[in-house]
Design a protein around this ligand. Sequence first.
Ligand code: ASP
Length: 455
Amino acid sequence: MKVCKFGGSSLADAGQLTKVIDIVLSDPQRRIVVVSAPGKRNKGDTKVTDLLIALAQKALDGADTTAALAAVVARYAEIASDLGLGDGVVREIETDLTERLAQVPSAGGDAGGFMDLLKAAGEDNNAKLVAVAFQKRGKKARYASPKDTGMILEGEAGNATLHLDSYKRLARAFSDFEGIVVYPGFFGYRMDGSVATFPRGGSDITGSILAAAVRADVYENFTDVDSVYPVDPRLVPEVKAGIDTMTYREMRELSYAGFGVFNDEAIFPAVQARIPINVRNTNHPGEPGTMIVQTRRVMPGTVTGIASAGGFTNIIIDKYLMNRQVGFTRRLLTILEEEGVSYEHIPSGIDSISVIIRGDHFEPAVEKRTVTRIKRELDPDSVIVSHDYVVLMVVGEGMCYSAGMLARATTALADAGINISMVNQGASEISFMLGIKSADRDRAVRALYGAFFGE
Ligand code: ASP
């Protein structure tokens, strides 16, 4: 059996949805279809999830929600009308949204929970609509609810994680079913029955969880690119060949550093259950896409991909004879822990240590407090905070035990006149990271592409 997930751009309008139905019906193994909310129909368009966030915000602000609600309903109505599904399903969607809006908390109430309730409506209603579209084609298909099937989540609103009991419940719910099941991505329910969502882009996670729960033969993730590319084609338009096979580890490292094609948290459930992931294009279903698997044959000395992620903050702490001070790093980590700051990397020298933090984990007020405490409690010679820091990541199983990989990268950057302010290589040797200023980002990625993939 195959679990296939279709992203928002694959479901943005009736034309796209028709492609989705054709793809699913072309292979009887495709039995579980996970859907996102309708995405952008064109560049200037707004995703339904973003319309829902705006709607929820209006409700929380006590403002008039009429126009914002109509904008969401109009997206579904357009698809339903273009496919001739009748307006019953649209009326149901409108009623559902109105009922959700009625649950707006009063001031001081659970605004995060309400936001999740509204965000989840995008996928939930789309799954109902897509099931109707399959039925209209004369196929046996039904919507399945994350509540009834046991998709139990926990953790903070908008950033929930899976409760591990879910696997048994989902496996039981799907132990025997007929036809095609259309399942909404992106959300689940807490033990208390309230809705919780994964982080943005989280329908990939739902698909991966279901694939693991039902022990699918493959998890097909349909999006709008032919494959995963070794570098962002927007930065290097000449990149033509996609990656045909890569390992889970490679994908995890690349998606961590900005490969948006597959949500990095989504890899984990598939990895645990050893389910191959196939990234494919809804618009070119004949293309084989990229397979992501546990192991593959590697050519020594080769790189699989180059990623770059911006928005990091780097705190550089200098203290003469730091290497001789027992407990310096522990005290630094204690400050970070007490301030609730999760760090990404801590490269260190003899008399200096840097803490690299993702910008979205570091609010200005927390930054100020953290830096003040570092100055007061660690008595450093200097503390420099540098924003706008970019991490370049060069990834490839073929780099293990291959001499000269880092040299190629640093030479390429030196030739391009780019200063490297941090180098970090994990023990696995399948990747290394280079820290640079954001102004150099595009040139740096192109220089690295030239070094590893050029003629
Ligand atoms: N619709 C949600 C988002 O826009 C989840 C998803 O598409 O995966 O983030």
